[in-house]
Design a protein around this ligand. Structure first.
Ligand SMILES: Nc1ncnc2c1ncn2[C@@H]1O[C@H](COP(=O)(O)OP(=O)(O)OP(=O)(O)O)[C@@H](O)[C@H]1O
Ligand SMILES: [Mg+2]
Length: 262
């Protein structure tokens, strides 16, 4: 695995669980023995700090990206998880980074000795210069048609720019009206990296500012996060999972997006 291995947690649609998954997958990878730097790159609406109980966020990712601050002066060690975190600066005026800002930023972070750089991002965030620095993107989807369609769209954008992406399905409740994970996988064109259930532990944990993975390690959510983290490169797996061969009812979306049948 290239070191650091850079992962962008993303979605086209908002509110699907990007921050939740970025925080908890990072905690699981750290627990499994990797050194993880978790970065809040949702510059307009930073929220990693809320999930982790990190306060006083008037120094953050924007200071490195736009003001030339040293990462070492911004990184916060988070004792309950062992993670290192670059939170978002809650008070920084909103400003788009330039291509040069992104390049210098990644040069600084990649010099540090981490196994993983995990980026939480804003819904719909896409900058070619940012994607060029990542090893892969994880696209979070929920079992609804709109989320599924927008995930395929995002994966096609990544494909065009040469970035590998994997699907992670979150908030599965196994209701009859939900899309079945197999249908989403079929539409997406590959197996999901993980299937994460809806679990009350998650909103509870956010209210308590402790990651669900730490708050209740035995919850169905934490067990699913742990299983998913097993498929990450540091755990010896090639995270590209077998492509599925099924045909099925969402083939119209496949045709819409001209996804190959495997
Ligand atoms: N597996 C889950 N079970 C129960 N609730 C969940 C789960 N995943 C996420 N949530 C809830 O969904 C809400 C949105 O989650 P989160 O903030 O992680 O989404 P997001 O994609 O980062 O949102 P945004 O696009 O605004 O950044 C949170 O209130 C969280 O409690
Ligand atoms: Mg978020």
């Amino acid at each position: 695995m290239p070191k650091p291995y850079v992962i962008k947690i993303s979605s086209q649609k908002g509110g699907v669980g990007k921050t939740t998954m970025a925080v908890n997958l990072s905690a699981a990878l750290q627990e499994m023995g990797s050194n993880v730097l978790l970065v809040d790159f949702d510059i307009a609406n930073p929220s990693v700090g809320f999930h982790l109980g990190i306060e006083g966020q008037n120094l953050g990712v924007q200071n490195i990206l736009l003001k030339g601050a040293k990462p070492e002066d911004v990184i916060i060690p988070h004792a309950p998880t062992g993670l290192h975190v670059i939170p978002g600066n809650m008070t920084y005026p909103l400003k788009e980074p330039s291509a040069q800002n992104i390049k210098v930023f990644f040069t600084k972070l990649k010099r540090l000795n981490y196994d993983y750089l995990i980026f939480d991002t804003a819904p719909g965030f896409f900058l070619p210069e940012f994607s060029a620095e990542c090893n892969e993107a994880i696209i979070i989807a929920t079992p609804e048609l709109s989320s599924c369609v927008s995930s395929v769209r995002l994966s096609n954008i990544y494909k065009k720019h040469g970035l590998k992406s994997q699907l992670l399905i979150n908030r599965i409740r196994n209701k009859r009206y939900e899309l079945h994970p197999a249908e989403i996988e079929e539409t997406f064109g590959s197996k999901a990296l993980g299937l994460i259930p809806e679990d009350e532990t998650v909103p509870k944990s956010i209210a308590m500012h402790v990651p669900a993975y730490i708050l209740n390690r035995k919850s169905i959510f934490s067990r699913a996060v742990h299983d998913t983290a097993h498929f990450f490169p540091s755990n010896g797996y090639n995270s590209e999972r077998d492509l599925i061969k099924r045909g099925g009812i969402l083939s119209f979306i496949k045709r819409l997006f001209r996804i190959k049948s495997y």
